[in-house]
Design a binder for this molecule. Structure first.
Ligand code: PHE
Length: 477
């Protein structure tokens, strides 16, 4: 199928139903699940964070994803154009989504690059000296040059896939490689659980201690839910715009949410028991998976350990790729639909911009480059997107669906003109119209307030300011 988005031609659609579910799950399952979820859970006290995260996934994540699919399929254009064609005052929500895509791609490829680098590090003897694995990671990410080269390679892979277009590139990659990753994770988890002392890790992950919870933990859990499910920035909307009219949106949403959450929990089970067995700190930070997993396989030793470690980082790199291509696609489809660019030009120009942001992010980890309120570029991009833009974006998408769109149009879209029954429609509608916007507003407000103690509140507030300005300029966007 050719990739063409000119309004006169029929828009591309996904080759098959499984193809769509796998591609949407491919977008959702990524570094967010395997790299971010375990270390955020570790830093946020474990079980209670995980419990709150699950509540957000079920009550907010599911509903927001269904909303994005419905709006996207109904409009059949990129996110910003979907808002614009209904009401120009709402264009900013789509544009903020594009900005989120750019900013997430300002740090995601850095970590994606680490993952590819680890394929090579593992094959060139990283596992031979288990005691040096931790220091080796620290030395690697703070090196000014090496990580940049890997990041560059990672971004090039993205460019290649996205230039090829929807069903050609993304769908095929997702179909083959997602199940492989799942299998490797199960193996890692089984190995971790077999170590002596591993049960303390399970307890840490699943036994909630709510005394450790404050508003920053709640905001972190909400941000994690949005980030992991690829919500709040029009990504699932854009994917939905390529979806055929006869597919069952509710079922698709349930499958994608379940897969994404399953992989995150599995990644937790793969990592924490091993960490406790190795006497490592659960709050080890962003290096967690790059230290624990190699250590685990070094422990295993021999050719099997080596092969599994290799497969793990291949799988992680692929999972990261199927997510970052979806981020790039949001920006690219905006440039195609709204700015009339050719696909190739759109991909190349946006990736050059992303590469520049990534240079700042990567250098900031070695303490080089500009800071804002004592925070480096990597953390700024993460804070702005994960904590503010995605959640507030999700809130605005819900308000748009609940208050600007027609209830009966939404019902028609979700039930495929009455062909599919969705008995919970009323519940979903009321969640989207009232409960979710209010819940997000409260969590964001209290979370930003708590963030002032650690110096992060200021940056999150700037994020809110940017959204406000975009809203005011909406008609000009
Ligand atoms: N969900 C992806 C992950 O977990 C990241 C992502 C966020 C992708 C937002 C698209 C949109 O890695």
């Amino acid at each position: 199928m050719a990739t063409s988005n000119t309004p006169t031609k029929k828009r591309d659609t996904w080759g098959s139903k499984l193809g769509f579910v796998m591609a949407a799950a491919g977008s959702a399952v990524g570094l967010g699940n395997i790299w971010k979820f375990p270390y955020t859970a570790g830093e946020s006290g474990g079980g209670a964070f995980v419990a709150i995260y699950l509540v957000f996934v079920i009550f907010i994540g599911f509903s927001v994803m269904l909303t994005e699919f419905a709006i996207g399929r109904r409009a059949a254009v990129s996110a910003a154009s979907a808002f614009k064609s209904t009401d120009r005052r709402w264009t900013f929500v789509g544009v903020i989504g594009v900005v989120s895509g750019l900013l997430i791609m300002g740090f995601y490829p850095v970590v994606g690059g680490w993952s590819i680098a680890y394929i090579f590090k593992v094959s060139t003897g990283l596992l031979n000296t288990p005691e040096a694995i931790g220091d080796s990671f620290g030395g690697f990410i703070s090196n000014p040059v090496q990580p940049l080269m890997w990041m560059g390679l990672y971004l090039l892979l993205n460019v290649f896939i996205v230039v090829k277009g929807i069903s050609g590139g993304i769908e095929k990659a997702g179909k083959i490689l997602m199940p492989l990753l799942f299998a490797i994770l199960i193996l890692v988890a089984v190995k971790g659980l077999s170590l002596p002392g591993a049960s303390a890790g399970l307890e840490f992950l699943f036994k909630p201690d709510f005394s450790k919870v404050d508003s920053s933990v709640v905001l972190a859990a909400m941000g994690q839910a949005f980030f992991s499910l690829s919500l709040g920035m029009g990504c699932m909307m854009t994917y939905g715009s390529y979806l055929k009219k006869k597919e069952n949106l509710v079922q698709t949403t349930a499958m994608v949410t379940a897969m994404d959450t399953g992989v995150a929990i599995l990644a937790g089970v793969a990592m924490f028991p091993a960490m406790f067995a190795f006497n490592m700190e659960p709050s080890a930070g962003p290096g967690l998976v790059f230290v624990v997993v190699p250590q685990l396989f070094a422990e295993m030793g021999g050719l099997i350990g080596l092969m599994l470690a290799l497969l793990f980082f291949v799988g992680l790199s692929v999972a990261a790729l199927t997510s970052s291509v979806s981020l790039l696609e949001v920006v690219v489809s905006y440039l195609i639909d709204e700015k009339g660019m050719k696909r190739r030009t759109a991909v190349i120009s946006s990736s050059i911009f992303m590469a520049m942001l990534c240079v700042f992010s990567s250098l900031s980890l070695g303490g080089v480059g500009p800071t804002l309120f004592d925070t480096g570029a990597f953390d700024i991009f993460d804070l702005l997107t994960d904590k503010i833009f995605l959640a507030v974006g999700g809130m605005l998408i819900c308000i748009f669906a609940g208050w600007r769109l027609n209830r009966s149009d939404l019902e028609k879209e979700i039930t495929n003109d009455g062909e599919i029954s969705f008995p919970l429609f009323g519940l979903w509608y009321n969640l989207v119209k009232f409960v979710i916007p209010a819940a997000i507003a409260i969590v964001a407000f209290t979370g930003i307030k708590a963030g002032f103690d650690s110096g992060k509140g200021e940056i999150m507030l700037i994020g809110v300011g940017i959204i406000g300005i975009a809203a005011l300029l909406s008609k000009k966007l």
